[in-house]
Design a protein around this ligand. Structure first.
Ligand code: ATP
Length: 235
């Protein structure tokens, strides 16, 4: 289980994230909804060790990982798909996936992990030799998720995976996240796309101005009037 307890991140005197506590267990999809600038990316990067936090703790399966460098957080079983996807445009699909297998925890299982990723994303199997530069936004997102899955994570973090995808492609990607969850991985995504993310999530948190202002089951949140007004385009 991934847990943050009262995590805070300041940029100078600006409080981007304050006292945020969340949990993500194995086999569950948890979404954090928030508007532009709410602090979602900052929070995700702080968990991944990519942005320093100034207060609180992050624990993975009970062990503290606060302030650990990003590669140690990956070794602890937490993989991230960043907002810019973090794929290498001039490399092939296969090369990008192989790079994801670099962490120590994944090296001995590279062949099995690759097999699993290509089963999750049959389109990547067809296009193994294609340069990522020549792929569509949706396909690049598949490469990004596939690369993260190559480190055999227990927890997968995704920063606005629906960004730039058509509703159709987004639906396809989110259905794949459901299949990943069914293999026992815990998934935490930060999103502005409330409708499609709540449809696949088990639970959700609402982030406003760096603070958690609500949390409930995804089903309850999708029926909540405040959520409908703020994130679902009206009641
Ligand atoms: P978006 O959906 O637009 O990506 P977000 O919810 O992910 O928004 P963040 O990117 O985490 O929000 O930003 C939260 C706040 O922190 C914003 O006010 C932003 O301007 C500020 N911020 C983010 N990164 C930095 C930085 N490196 N230095 C200073 N302020 C920053």
């Amino acid at each position: 289980m991934l847990e943050s307890r009262n995590l805070s991140v300041f940029y100078g005197r600006h409080r981007a994230v304050e006292n945020v506590s969340i949990t993500v267990s194995a086999s569950e999809i948890v979404v954090m909804l928030g508007a532009n600038g709410a602090g979602k990316s900052t929070f995700l990067r702080a968990i991944a060790g990519q942005t320093p936090s100034q207060g609180g703790t992050v624990l993975m399966d009970g062990a503290e990982i606060t302030h650990h460098p990003p590669h140690e957080i990956v070794e602890a079983g937490i993989a991230t798909v960043p907002e810019d996807r973090g794929v290498f445009a001039e490399l092939t699909v296969h090369e990008n996936l192989t790079l994801g297998a670099h962490p120590r925890r994944a090296r001995p299982h590279e062949a099995a992990n690759l097999e699993r990723v290509l089963t999750l994303f049959p389109r990547l199997a067809e296009r193994r030799k294609q340069l990522v530069r020549t792929m569509s936004g949706g396909e690049r997102q598949m490469v990004a998720v596939g690369r993260a899955m190559m480190s055999a994570p227990s927890i997968l973090l995704l920063d606005e995976p629906s960004l730039g995808l058509s509703p159709l492609l987004c639906g396809e990607l989110f259905r794949t996240l459901r299949r990943i969850k069914d293999t026992g991985v815990g998934i935490f995504l930060v999103e502005q796309n409330a409708k499609q993310s709540l449809a696949i999530a088990d639970r959700g948190y609402l982030l406003d101005n760096g603070h958690i202002v609500g949390s409930d089951t995804a089903e309850a949140l999708s029926k909540d009037e405040k959520v409908q007004t703020a994130y679902l385009g009206g009641g």
